[in-house]
Design a protein around this ligand. Structure first.
Ligand code: PMP
Length: 428
């Protein structure tokens, strides 16, 4: 595989951009590689600057649920840009977007748009503190909520990949207001509330943590969190930036029948453009400026082009059988990978829900960050490289979740399964 143009671009990029990339995981640091530079993308496929084709399981890190550059989104955006790129005034499409989110997610009465998931979580915890008048936030180890200062404590995703779950530059005084606990550990949560109950503003969590691999709540953990927060007058914030509209119309909260107080959204709701959102109960959301005292704003928030892309994607999800297609494709990939694991005698742990999946290079059951960290990086590296050479792009880190799009074909999945089987054999 010729990657000379990507290599040249990476050399040029490294001279003028920290690490040559604008977001850390893209640097392929953990897998000791050189990232490929993408020239174009369509459906489930990426084409790099050297002309190599890859079946993509990153999907722009989540947004591309219908695949890349879906015709309907491209057409809608093309039409919208003829009317201007943004006005800094209210627009009809923002109201349409808010109505759609409120209709799909019953826990959300009102919603405010942002330009990223990070802004959504940052605003949500400010709102929780403003609403409750309390200072502490509980988060869970390995959950990633964007690069918000006080949430970069035991964080997953790129922070974990780069070996810095606690970022430099976050003053101890900020970090001290964040209580980081092991996911799925009810006793740790109980103790935190016993010690600080009346000072805890909120628990924020990825209800299905997907930034340190992918694992799931056990023994009614989510129900427990709903109950203990309600009993102590703290808010429950579901960060569904990754899972929102990815697993169905009403996220993990819909699957488990839990009503969080605030929900953070992003990725899929932007249709590939920079969009985030936070929403929740009306009395809480009414604390946000201009109605209330919690300040929150954004020059490009609710940008009409981004709203058009996102809304078109949501309408496609609503009007097609995308979610059942994603489930079928996910089941096909799971069956193939489980068979490949059995055939090669590898005892690795495989997790999937709908179109999200993760292969952990460990035989251990994975229920929290500590379990996820037992996955072997030494085995993941050659596995990743072998897949890439076979034209299959999995995450350049064992701590990320894979995404299937509705544009993947059965033959893409079968090709991937065959490539996984070969990659597993090559690592022995
Ligand atoms: N929350 C979760 C659960 C995420 O996965 C991410 C991004 N991967 C974020 C928040 C931050 O979103 P963004 O990168 O758009 O700031």
């Amino acid at each position: 595989m010729n990657t000379s143009l990507s290599q040249q671009l990476f050399t040029r990029g490294k001279a003028v951009i920290p690490g040559g990339v604008n977001s850390p995981v893209r640097a392929f640091k953990l897998v000791d590689g050189t990232p490929f530079f993408v020239r174009s993308a369509k459906g489930a496929h990426l084409r790099d600057e050297d002309g190599n084709d890859y079946i993509d399981y990153i999907g722009t890190w989540g947004p591309a649920i219908l695949g890349h550059a879906p015709d309907k989104i491209i057409a809608a955006v093309g039409d919208a840009i003829t009317r201007g790129l943004g006005y800094g005034t209210p627009t009809a499409v923002e109201v349409d977007m808010a109505e759609t989110i409120v209709r799909w997610i019953p826990s959300i009465d009102k919603v405010r748009m942002t330009s990223s998931g990070t802004e959504a979580t940052m605003s949500a915890i400010r709102l929780a503190r403003g609403y409750t008048g309390r200072k502490y936030i509980i988060k869970f180890e390995g959950c990633y909520h964007g690069h918000v200062d006080s949430l970069l404590v035991s964080a997953g995703s790129g922070a974990l990949t780069c070996g810095k779950p606690d970022s430099a530059g976050v003053p101890d005084a900020f970090a001290a207001l964040t209580i980081a606990l092991p996911y799925n550990d009810k006793e740790a949560v109980r103790q935190a509330f016993a010690a600080h109950g009346s000072d805890i503003a909120a628990i924020i969590l990825e209800p299905y943590p997907a930034n340190a691999g992918l694992y799931f709540p056990k023994d009614n953990f989510l129900e427990y969190l709903r109950d203990i927060t309600a009993r102590h007058g703290a808010l429950l914030i579901f960060d569904e930036v990754m899972t929102g509209f990815r697993l169905g119309k009403d996220g993990v909260q819909g699957i488990h029948g839990i009503t969080p107080d605030i929900t953070c959204l992003g990725k899929v709701i932007g249709g590939g453009l920079p969009v985030g959102a936070f929403g929740g109960r009306a009395d809480i959301m009414d604390c946000v400026s201009p109605l209330g005292p919690v300040y929150q704003a954004g020059t490009l928030s609710g940008n009409p082009i981004a709203m058009t892309a996102g809304l078109t994607q949501l309408r496609e999800l609503e009007n097609t059988d995308a979610y059942s297609r994603l489930e079928n494709l996910g089941a096909r990939l799971e069956e193939g990978i489980r068979k490949a694991l059995a055939d090669t005698g590898n005892p690795f742990t495989f997790h999937r829900t709908g179109s999200m999946f993760c292969l952990f290079f460990t035989a251990k059951e994975v229920n929290n960050l500590q379990d996820a960290m037992t996955a072997s990086l030494e085995q993941y590296r050659p596995f990743f490289r072998s897949l890439l050479e076979q034209g299959v792009y999995f995450a350049p880190s064992p701590y990320e979740t894979g995404f299937i799009s509705a544009a993947h074909t059965e033959s893409d999945i079968d090709h991937t399964v065959a490539a996984v089987a070969r990659a597993l054999k090559s690592i022995g």
